[in-house]
Design a protein around this ligand. Structure first.
Ligand code: NAD
Length: 482
């Protein structure tokens, strides 16, 4: 470890850099070189206790929840500027640790900026108080911050995912503890520096990188009122059950297996510019990726003739080099997982149209971008989230069947419908049970409500709907008139 970088000696607890309770450190390994890049301190349960106590005190007694929403909005604006001021450090650091190409890292961080800017004006759109009248009575409906919030995020876009939670939580007047994943936590410590520089009152935010067990301790903590989690459906299920023990509020943003439905009338050159990258972006490690492509049976070969050359021409390589479109997947276990699904797909009888191997690289956790054709909806590769650059092309015989296939998984996060007639496309989109769906395009729109149907999650993030996840509603009843 002597020639590697020590990013931080301390943890960010209650707005201050504090010596950790143990000397445990998280080693960060490069997915490109497979060498240790450096380390950050690992939080333990005693650090969680300190952070929850600080957040509790700041919520119960401090100024933050008592400031006006507009005053908090000004702080949000300052945080956004401080975050953006650190892009030169954050963007390459995320690329180095996770292997996402620089352009992707830039786009993720730009999303983070948008979330802070959006949070700065949320109070102008949200209703924190309103008069209510009913038969025989009148009163006030007030929306109050839910309390101490624990946020847990994965590694695939940490600053953006953290901002999507912390910005509305702070705008609501909550206090927050962030637990980033042990893979690639450095940029979240840079986010902590930005929060510190913007000047939040004592106790309001903590950032504690740690693993799963410490995460369970945090979500089970009696001092935590609300949990906002992004990650796998398996972990979400566990976290929801832990929250259930004490009826803690919970928002879940989980996995996906999103479908693109291509109608029979639309030329492929109107489809592929958005469809193709939506399958392999960030090596497929995006929850909303379009990993199932549903195509009329008679158009499958036409689609493959157009899509395979795109996949085969992708610049795969070092994500730190400008122009690279596909880097490695983030971790060795992630590559093992993707490769095991490629084997499963072959055994299930799907046909590899391209990819399926490791590219010729000396080092790094690379997987060739892979297209399976002739996939049936009952196959595991059509049902389970792979989280790698692997898409399944599923032929269908009617739009009704396509809708049934699109709805035929446990997930419902994103999707797309491609049809020449946008009215027909909208009618199809309305039948797909999913949180966001594009017409003749695909986008993860994070400044509008984002979240999942079914096992893709619970609740919404983004905009006033996301703010609502951090508010409780109280009716104050006035005494009867005279
Ligand atoms: P993961 O669920 O293994 O881990 C995510 C985070 O949860 C990490 O910080 C981890 O330490 C923590 N964690 C895991 N188990 C926990 C437990 N029992 N208690 C408390 N904390 C726990 O997921 P991952 O492999 O890091 O990330 C990939 C997954 O995240 C994919 O399924 C992807 O679809 C999902 N994801 C969803 C969204 C969304 O908005 N819906 C966004 C990004 C990623």
């Amino acid at each position: 470890m002597s020639d590697t970088k020590v990013w931080h000696e301390k943890l960010f607890i209650g707005g201050q850099w504090v010596a950790p309770s143990t000397d445990q450190r998280i080693e960060i390994v490069s997915p490109v070189t497979e060498e240790v890049l450096g380390s950050v301190p690992e939080a333990a349960t005693a650090d969680i206790d300190k952070a929850v106590a600080a957040a509790r005190k700041a919520f119960d007694e401090g100024p933050w929840p008592r400031m006006s929403p507009a005053e908090r909005g000004d702080v949000m604006r300052r945080i956004g500027k401080e975050v953006q001021a650190r892009f030169d450090e954050m963007i390459p650091s995320f690329t180095e640790e996770i292997g996402a190409p620089l352009a992707i890292s830039q786009a993720f961080h730009d999303n983070a900026r948008k979330m802070w800017e959006d949070a700065a004006t949320l109070h102008e759109r949200a209703t924190f108080e309103e008069d209510r009248e009913w038969e025989g009575g009148r009163g006030k409906l007030v929306r109050e911050p839910v309390g101490v919030v624990a946020t847990i995020i994965p590694w695939n876009g940490p600053v953006a995912t953290a901002s999507l939670k912390i910005a509305p939580a702070l705008a609501a007047g909550c206090t927050v503890i962030l637990k980033p994943a042990p893979e690639g936590p450095s940029s979240t410590l840079m986010l902590a520096e930005a929060l510190e520089a913007a000047g939040l009152p004592e106790g309001v935010v903590s950032v504690l990188p740690a693993g799963r067990e410490t995460g369970e301790y945090l979500v089970s903590h009696p001092g935590v009122d609300k949990v906002s989690f992004t990650g796998s459906t398996a972990a979400g299920r566990k976290i929801m059950s832990l929250c259930g023990d004490r009826i803690a509020r919970v928002t879940l943003e989980l996995g996906g297996k999103s479908a693109a439905i291509i109608a029979d009338d639309i030329p492929l050159d109107e489809v592929l510019p958005s469809l193709a990258p939506a399958g392999f972006i960030s090596s497929g490690q995006v929850c909303a990726a379009l990993t199932r492509i549903l195509v009329p049976r008679e158009r499958q070969q036409e689609l493959l003739d157009a899509l395979v050359p795109i996949y085969e021409g992708l610049p795969v390589g070092d994500p730190r080099v400008e122009g690279t479109v596909l880097g490695p997947v983030a971790a060795e276990r992630q590559r093992d997982r993707v490769e095991s699904y490629i084997e499963i797909g072959k055994e299930e009888g799907a046909r590899i149209a391209t990819g399926g191997e490791r590219p010729a690289m000396d080092k790094g956790w690379y997987v060739q971008p892979t297209i399976f054709a002739d996939v049936r909806t009952d196959m595991r590769i059509a049902q389970e989230e792979i989280f790698g650059p692997v898409v399944s092309v599923i032929p269908f015989d009617s739009i009704d069947e396509a809708v049934e296939i699109a709805n035929g998984t446990d997930y419902g996060l994103s999707g797309a419908v491609y049809a020449k007639d946008t009215e027909i496309a909208e009618a199809i989109a309305r039948r797909v049970r999913t949180g966001q769906i594009g017409i003749n395009g695909w986008d993860m729109c994070v400044t509008q409500p984002f979240g999942g149907y079914k096992q893709s999650g619970l609740g919404r993030e983004g905009n006033v709907e996301g703010l609502g996840a951090f508010l409780e509603t109280k009716l104050i009843q006035f005494p009867p008139a005279g």
